[in-house]
Design a protein around this ligand. Structure first.
Ligand code: UGA
Length: 435
């Protein structure tokens, strides 16, 4: 009765791959997804989703009969013509993108393959051209992914834009990919190199906005202004826009740090020094460390002080710890001799593997009990619901640095806290600092 939709192949079942597979299945396509990790494939085949991404586990279970997971490339090649490459491209020591996993995929394609290779992995501009040169006759389409962790399913289903890059000769392949996305929204057709640059430039621009507002925040602290008000006023100018102007303790995650550096390196490899991105990266690194100074202002030396970190993941609604600001902050605090305790609603397990000698607790209250200071690192909604007057009584000293400007300063101060935000009017230095 229902027409058979075009089968879709997905190579690499990480965050992007699994969301892509599950969403195309939801749109009615038979999907075959391949990963090299047998364990991952087995657990997905049982309907077990190990990453924390709202709505994703439901989608995988609901579409189980349209979703096949395998480790065998041949199974994938036999079942689908359209192959989405979703393997990761982590940074190398030099900061360039590591394309070895992408290359391994290309090498697995048979000579004279009639498949369409659709690149979702973030790759430097020029990668598609190089692959086409190595594999003449291969149909190649660049289709960068713009989804955000935490809202990935909604982002896939309601994209701002779908970018499809293809070079002359691959018009049919581009049309086939556009057909898949037709129900979802606006498609921008362009060439492969421009599509690759759109992805890198978009992430680099968003990271630039964050570093910019973080520097404005630092100046606000000096002149007695409030960065929240400044961002609100700036955002009303529609040329600026209000999004990505939340000041905090720096951006993290698997994308911004890697992609900003990769774009800087890509430019550098051509002989062009991308000065602005050098500053964006440096500002972000320094921003993660500024919390230490704020604590010292109130506590003096941090030696032997117990500091509770609230949240560890790089942002809420994910358990992803990659490039999380908490990692740098915890190390800096320990470097100053502080005892660090931490709580995250979902990332503790992943964090445990990365944060040696940080005590992880099962609740926020446990972390805060007897602490000399708290730092809000990730804006999980449950932290807004804490009874802060009760927390103030349980802490050795009611001091909080709100690294995401997430809590209400008036409530916190009424509860007895010394409250420090980012880019806000500064609290008076407490006596201990001058003792
Ligand atoms: C980012 C992009 O937003 C996606 O469009 C892109 O597809 C993705 O990278 C990718 O390349 O795969 P993501 O890393 O999931 O998505 O997270 P974001 O929500 O963009 O947040 C990134 C970081 O910036 C977080 O640490 C967040 O706390 C921080 N941030 C964000 C701020 O500090 N201030 C803001 O105003 C916004």
């Amino acid at each position: 009765m229902s027409e058979q939709r075009e089968p879709v192949g997905v190579i690499g079942v990480g965050w992007v791959g699994l969301v892509t597979a599950a969403c195309f299945a939801e749109l009615g396509h038979p999907v075959i997804a391949r990963d090299i990790l047998q364990e991952k494939v087995d657990s997905l085949a049982r309907g077990e989703v190990t990453i924390h991404e709202p709505g994703l586990a439901d989608l995988v279970r609901r579409n189980a009969e349209r979703l096949t997971f395998t480790t065998e490339m041949s199974e994938l090649l036999d079942s689908a013509r359209l192959l989405f490459v979703c393997v990761d491209t982590p940074p190398t020591y030099s900061g360039d993108a590591d394309l070895s996993r992408v290359r391994a995929v290309v090498e697995e394609l048979p000579e004279g393959s009639e498949h369409v290779l659709i690149m979702k992995s973030t790759v430097p501009a020029g990668t598609g051209e190089a692959i086409r040169r190595d594999m003449p006759g291969l149909s190649y389409v660049s289709c960068p992914e713009f989804l955000k962790e935490g809202t990935a399913v909604a982002d896939f289903m309601h994209p701002d834009r779908v970018v499809i890059g293809a070079d002359p000769g691959d018009e049919d392949a581009a049309a086939a990919v556009a057909g898949l996305y037709e129900p979802l929204g606006q498609v921008l057709h362009t060439d492969v190199s421009s599509a690759e640059m759109i992805k890198l430039a978009s992430n680099a621009f968003l990271a630039t906005k964050i570093s910019f507002i973080n520097e404005i925040a630092n100046v606000c602290e000096e002149v007695g202004a409030d960065v929240g008000e400044v961002a609100r006023g700036m955002g009303l100018d529609e040329r600026i826009g209000s999004s990505f102007l939340r000041a905090g303790i720096g951006y993290g995650g698997s994308c911004f740090p890697k992609d900003v550096t990769a774009l800087k390196m890509l430019a550098g490899n051509t002989g062009y020094h991308f000065q602005l991105l050098t500053a964006v990266i440096e500002v972000n690194e320094l921003q993660k460390r500024r919390v230490v100074g704020k604590l010292e202002k109130h506590l003096g030396s941090l030696l032997g002080k117990r500091v509770a970190l609230l949240g560890l993941a790089f942002k809420p609604d994910t358990d992803d710890m990659r490039e999380a600001s908490s990692l740098v902050l915890a190390a800096r605090l320990q470097g100053e001799g502080a005892e660090v305790v931490a709580y995250d609603p979902v990332a503790s397990e992943r964090a445990g593997q990365l944060l040696a000698s940080v005590t992880l607790t099962g609740s926020a209250l446990e972390a805060l009990e007897g602490a000399d200071a708290a730092v809000l690192v990730t804006e999980w909604s449950e932290f807004a619901e804490l009874d802060w007057a009760d927390v103030a009584r349980r802490m050795a000293r009611p001091l909080i640095v709100d690294g995401r400007n997430f809590l209400d300063p008036t409530t916190l101060r009424a509860a007895g806290f010394d409250y420090e935000g980012i880019g806000k009017v500064q609290a008076a230095p407490a006596a201990a600092a001058t003792e």
